[in-house]
Design a protein around this ligand. Structure first.
Ligand code: C5P
Length: 217
């Protein structure tokens, strides 16, 4: 079965030397891509800038911006029908207008304006060649379950892996090795407790395998 995974942050350039980014390490998305590949899935990993090495045996596409990530996703969907999409990337919601020249000091504070980026998860979930199973993430700081359930509907996806990224959470999710996930679907909610990102990836792979097995019955 074929699967697209998005991972990492996006970088949105302000001028040729500056960008706006975020603290996503890409660890969770890479762990998911590796676990699926180890279990026989044909994986395309579309990654924003990370410090993580390429994973052998999978198709790696490295991009920088949200628009480039969307293009890579759409090209992959066009080149072969995908069964599953997992959007683990922390895509920037906004892109600044780009200055072709480096913005110079001395001419006042720069005024940066923003335009909204495409929602990659929603675009995949509503595409004519939609994968059978579309999975998103929801990093929330409050009302985790309610917000994640609303996101599931709004983005037309099938499952959401929700995690608490509030400062009060004792686990440093961004860049850390652990995560506390709640799996939200239209029918169920599961609390996976705190575990390593690798263990979460394996649990997700297992869930996906069971899901397709049950569909065959
Ligand atoms: O709306 P929010 O950013 O909280 O949604 C998170 C989910 O949506 C994640 O799965 C993320 O990868 C995806 N997303 C996306 N494109 C965006 C924003 C979020 O694919 N522009």
């Amino acid at each position: 079965m074929r699967v697209i995974v998005t991972a990492g942050p996006t970088y949105e350039p302000i001028d040729p030397v500056r960008f706006i980014g975020n603290r996503s390490s890409g660890k969770q998305g890479y762990a998911i891509a590796k676990s699926l590949s180890d279990n026989g899935f044909d994986v395309t990993l579309i990654s924003g800038p990370t410090h993580l090495p390429d994973i052998s045996g999978i198709t790696m596409i490295r991009i920088e911006t949200a628009k480039q990530m969307l293009k890579a996703v759409q090209n992959t969907l066009l080149s072969s029908q995908q069964d599953i999409a997992i959007c683990a990337a922390a895509v920037a919601d906004w892109a600044p207008t780009f200055s072709n020249q480096k913005i110079k000091k001395g001419s006042g504070e720069p005024q940066i304006t923003f335009t909204e980026n495409p929602d990659i998860l929603k675009t995949i979930a509503t595409a004519h060649n939609r994968p059978t199973l579309v999975i998103g993430f929801a990093a929330e700081t409050e009302n985790l379950i309610e917000n994640a359930a609303a996101k599931l509907k709004r983005k037309s996806c099938d499952w959401i892996l929700a995690n608490d990224v509030s400062p009060a959470n004792e686990h440093n999710v961004f860049g850390g090795d652990n995560n506390h996930i709640h799996l939200i679907t239209n029918e169920t909610q599961e609390d996976w407790q705190t575990m390593s990102k690798i263990a979460i990836a394996d649990k997700l792979t297992n869930k996906i395998q069971n899901h397709f097995e049950n569909q065959k019955k």
